[in-house]
Design a protein. Structure first.
Length: 236
């Protein structure tokens, strides 16, 4: 068992670590993309017009209401077709194949963005309205209110929820193994089939996932303590 997880030609240890590295990179990029999408969607949901609110609500409802694997399949099989359709408008009729890495990041990021949007929306609505009204009363612009009043509190209020979204995003990367991308789960599957030792490699993958999620949880807890400095908690 140990020999199978060593480095070199006879072991799969280096391949497993490379797969874990791909998993972390995909998760980070998808999470960052989801944060941007989530903030924009939350802003549209809270302060947008009827049409914008309807679009955002449809996005979050649909994405959170269907399995993540289905979102990945839809994007994997439909994204290339959509790109080719756009290209055909400009006169290009050749075949365009979108890289599996890009599809994986976009698919997981879209799911992450839907959950992040709800986290940001809840955080924005948790800020006392009196603070916003006070900012307007002293002549602050909308950007100044957001930058000086809402944003500092938004980070503190949203961090616990964003920590959960990160854990979800990290684990959702396992689903993109169906696209053929050599992340941790795909590498484990290939190694298990090659050596006929599925328990060994799936157990190793589980330990690597647990290691990543444990360090991530500790990092978010530290960030929560940092942004909660000076905040007085009311006692009952």
């Amino acid at each position: 068992m140990i020999e199978l997880l060593t480095y070199g030609e006879t072991g799969w240890g280096d391949e497993m670590l490379r797969g874990a590295g791909v998993t972390v990179i995909v998760a980070l990029l998808a999470y960052a993309f989801g944060i941007v999408v989530g903030m924009a969607a939350a802003a549209g949901r809270v302060g947008g017009g009827m049409v914008v609110r309807g679009i955002v609500e449809a996005y979050t409802t649909v994405v959170r209401g269907v399995p993540e694997l289905l979102v990945i399949y839809l994007l994997f099989f439909g994204f290339s077709g959509a790109v080719m359709w756009v290209a055909s408008i400009f006169g290009y009729t050749g075949y365009i194949e979108v890289d599996n890495f890009v599809v994986g990041v976009l698919a997981v990021g879209i799911v992450s963005g839907a959950y992040s949007a709800e986290v940001f929306r809840g955080a924005l609505q948790a800020i006392p309205p009196g603070q916003i009204e006070a900012g307007r009363a002293v002549g602050m612009t909308g950007w100044q209110i957001f930058h000086r009043i809402q944003l500092p509190q938004l980070l503190r209020l949203a961090l616990p929820g964003l920590g959960n979204v990160w854990q979800l995003t990290l684990k959702d990367t396992a689903l993109i193994s169906v696209t053929g991308l050599a992340e941790l789960m795909r590498t484990s599957h290939v190694a298990a089939g090659s050596t006929r030792e599925p328990f060994t490699f799936y157990l190793a993958a589980a330990m690597l996932y647990l290691l990543m999620t444990t360090f991530s949880q500790a990092a978010f807890q530290r960030a929560e303590r940092y942004y909660s400095r000076g905040v007085r908690v009311a006692s009952g």
